[in-house]
Write a new protein. Structure first.
Length: 210
């Protein structure tokens, strides 16, 4: 798994700007798909659709343009000796599965045990967003979030839980609605010490709205 996950952990675009098709080519590809599903790209309601889809894709997949390591770059070290667990729970995200390019909707919970360096809480949410705005599998995304925080912040350990619903399971295939997939990655003391992992789950539950 590491072999798949690592190259994307902190890198930005997989394809260089020069290799990318133009916006016109992207719009043409949307017209092809429209014809393929049985539509007429020339009818009035669809005239601007290829342009809109290209624009939406640019936004929904903007995670390739951004480096999650940059977001964590600015740390706040003066935390008056605070070195206990930091937890950011219920970080909502939208992503797309790499198998069907259909939405994955869910939330991430992140915990880490600082080693002198602490980041602003919004930064953790931004790391989630950057990875979510790429084509994903939930397993890879969970591991990428954990390894980026571990690599950049170098805390004593990182715990990441992702729970999400995969629209490709609800809208097609087995059409199972409301099924949630749970994935987790633990590093450092969370991986090696069951008591820190247990404390993470206890704190997570304590913060949960009943
Ligand atoms: Zn899928």
């Amino acid at each position: 798994m590491d072999a798949i996950v690592k190259p994307f952990a902190t890198s930005t675009a997989v394809v260089t700007q020069a290799d990318r098709p133009s916006q016109t080519e992207a719009e043409e590809a949307v017209r092809t798909l429209l014809r393929w599903i049985g539509e007429d790209p020339g009818r009035e309601g669809l005239l601007d659709t290829p342009q809109r889809v290209a624009k939406a894709y640019r936004e929904m997949f903007s995670g390739y343009e951004r480096d999650p390591a940059d977001e964590l770059g600015r740390t706040f070290e003066e935390v008056a000796g605070f070195d206990d667990m930091v937890i950011e729970r219920d970080i909502y995200f939208h992503s797309h599965c790499e198998h069907h390019m259909v939405p994955i909707i869910g939330k991430a919970h992140i915990g880490y045990l600082p080693d002198g360096r602490v980041v602003g809480l919004s930064k953790l949410a931004r790391v989630v967003d950057i990875f979510a705005q790429r084509l994903q599998t939930q397993e890879a995304m969970t591991a990428q979030i954990a390894s980026t925080i571990q690599d950049v912040l170098n805390p004593r350990g990182v715990a990441v839980i992702v729970e999400a619903e995969h629209m490709c399971m609800a809208m097609r295939g087995i059409r199972k609605q409301g099924a949630t997939t749970l994935t987790s990655t633990f590093t450092g003391v969370f991986k090696d010490g069951p008591e820190e992992q247990a404390r993470f789950f206890t704190l997570l539950r304590a913060g949960a709205k009943a």
